[in-house]
Structure formats: C-alpha cells, structure tokens
Design a protein around this ligand. Structure first.
Ligand code: PBG
Length: 335
C-alpha cells in the first residue's frame, strides 16, 4: 500500500460527489458485452411455461426461443446458451438422446443459426437432461462411471459442433473430458469451436431451480458430490482450471457465482485467461424473490451483483438477468 494522505488533505467524498465524477473514477464497469444469456427450450410450438422457482423465467418452444435469440442480437448480448428440457420419454440410462443429431438442442441451434445468424450460441455438454438417473454421467450400482461417460460426452460434443454450436460448455465435471472433447473436435475439423469449461463447478444447493426448469430434479438419484467440487475448497479450483487449460479449454468458468467471488479472483490472478462465472438459478431466485416481495430494489441488485463479478475478475457472466440487465445498461447510457 502507498502511504495515504490523511483527512482533510484526503476527503474520499470529493470523488463521490456527483454521478459524472463517480463514473470517471469507477474501476470496473459492466457492459452488455459481458453478458451470456441462458435460455430454456422445450418441444412443441408457441408454448411458454413458467418456471415456478424462477419467477419471470420461462421454458419456451423453438419458435419463441428464436424470438429470444433475435432479442439478444438486438440488445447486443454476445452469446446465448441453450438448455433443453427433454421429454421424460426420451430419457434413458444410456442417455443416447444426448448425441442424437435431431435432439432438441441440436435442432434449436440449427434453427437459430438459420434465422438469427448473428447470434453466437453455446450448448452445455453433460448428460443430465437426457439421463433417466438425473446425473451428469452414467450411473450404475450407485456409482458414476467416469470413463464410459467420456465416450458419451465426446459424441454429444461432436453432435453439437456439427449442429453449429459456437461454444461448448462441458458442465459434467468428469475427469478427462476436456482433453477428449478437444481431441475429437480437432480430428473432425471443428477447429474453431470454443470450449468454455465449467472448470470449478461446486456441488451446490443453488442449482435447485435449474433442475426444476429442465425437469431433472425428480429423476436425480442421490447427489452430485462425487464429481462436483466441495464448497470448502479453493486451491482445488486452481488445479481444475490448470488441468482444463492444459487439456484444451479456451476459457474457464466458476459456478455458482456470488458465493464464490473469492475463487474467481484467485483464478483470474493466477491464470489471466478468459474467466467467466455463472450467476445460477438459485442466485436468480433469491434476488427475484426478495425484489418481488419489495425487500430489495431489483434493478439495483441486478447491476450491483453483476458488477461484483467484474470486480472479482470476470470477463463475462452467465445470468438469467441478461436481457433485463442489457435494457438497464442501455437506458443508463442514454441518460
Ligand atoms: C447440468 C447443469 C447445471 C447447471 C448448468 N448445467 C445443474 C447441475 O449441475 O445440477 C446449473 C445452472 C443453474 O443452476 O442455473 N450439468
């Protein structure tokens, strides 16, 4: 620390006295370019189903997802991430639907690419939307099978790349997945598909509403603690990030977001690579519930929470508030 001038030579309030001066000295600024918008998709036509644990969020059919993609492009949101809610009838213990070229996620990417070619699209790579056991990996006799799951994830990743996904987000937390997926992408000439790895993904209570949205909560046998990280750990997060970068990840993610800002900061300081965080469904639900009750101011809470991610070192944030935040940022900059 530099020696600091004391009062009254230093009055901190001089640089806070009006909005212009505050803006001038602000260290971290949120912009629409920092936002990734997760969108839930379901089968059917012209249907929008509210997610009860995420007020304001809907699971939409493809025609409406295309409208959202167009809105994202119009707002300047740089990336959307699609999450399919797969019909239970298509969920199996082998998860074959995950790499079906005609599955919902693949059809959605193809159609969005056709109708809104300017919006980049990300898809998750993990088996849980397709798994009748609700897990991200194959589940047998109470165990998650790591290496067998890698074969499935590789096929899934290739099917998503072939459908036109720009970014793949492996969110399964199996060991060895990034290397296998990168190798498969290279050998199939998908040289420019990026991997944004969910590197430090914690076993978290904050994913509950998401599992309601994609319909995996009722299916889940046990919990995900044998593959997702223990929330007491942060050295381990550095090791996960190092490993994923070595295996071919282009960018890394920490998830959940707000309770893990310390991890984001450590990752950014250590690796200085594109670093993202996911403000997950439970975080969305908390802010939304408090705001809907009139207990906090929604708009300010959104901007404050997202700016906190920037301050912690994030290059971007996956957030269900993306379109709302983009609107707030646009109206703030036009004042
Ligand atoms: C599934 C996946 C999850 C999320 C993103 N991909 C849930 C989980 O791991 O159980 C969580 C997103 C959220 O809560 O908003 N692999």
């Amino acid at each position: 620390m530099m020696p600091m001038a004391r009062y009254p030579n230093f009055r901190a309030r001089r640089l806070r006295r009006n909005a212009g001066i505050r803006r001038l000295v602000s260290e971290h600024v949120l912009s629409v370019s920092d936002l990734i918008w997760p969108i839930f998709v379901q089968e059917g036509d012209n249907v929008s189903t509210a997610v009860s644990s995420m007020p304001g969020i809907d699971v939409v059919t493809l025609n409406l997802a295309i409208e959202k993609a167009a809105l994202a492009a119009e707002l300047g949101i740089p990336l959307i991430s699609l999450f399919p809610q797969v019909d239970n009838s298509k969920k199996t213990r082998q998860c074959e639907e995950a790499w079906n070229p005609e599955n919902l996620a693949n059809r959605a990417v193809r159609e969005i690419k056709r109708q809104v070619p300017t919006i980049p699209v990300m898809l998750d790579v993990a088996l849980d939307p397709y798994n009748s056991d609700g897990h991200d990996g194959l589940y047998r006799d109470g165990e998650i099978l790591n290496d067998e799951t890698l074969d499935c994830l590789t096929k899934q990743a290739l099917s998503h790349a072939e459908a036109g996904a720009d970014v793949l987000g492996p969110s399964d937390m199996m060991d060895g997945r990034i290397g296998r997926i990168r190798q498969a992408l290279e050998s199939e000439q998908h040289f420019s598909v990026s991997i944004l790895s969910y590197s430090a993904k914690y076993a978290s209570a904050f994913y509950g509403p998401f599992r309601d949205a994609i319909g995996s909560s009722g299916m889940l046998k046990g919990n995900k603690s044998t593959y997702q990280m223990d929330f007491g750990n942060s050295d381990e997060a550095l090791r996960m990030v190092q490993r994923d970068l070595d295996e071919g990840a282009d960018a890394v993610m920490i998830k959940p977001g707000m309770p893990y800002l310390d991890v984001i900061r450590r990752v950014k300081d250590e690796f200085k690579v594109p670093t993202f965080a996911y403000q997950v469904s439970g975080e969305y639900a908390m802010i939304k519930a408090a705001a809907d009750n009139g207990w906090i101011d929604q708009d300010t809470a959104i901007l404050e929470s997202l700016t906190a991610f920037k301050r912690a070192g994030c290059d971007g944030i996956l957030t269900y508030f993306a379109p709302v935040a983009a609107g707030l940022l646009a109206s703030a900059s036009s004042v």
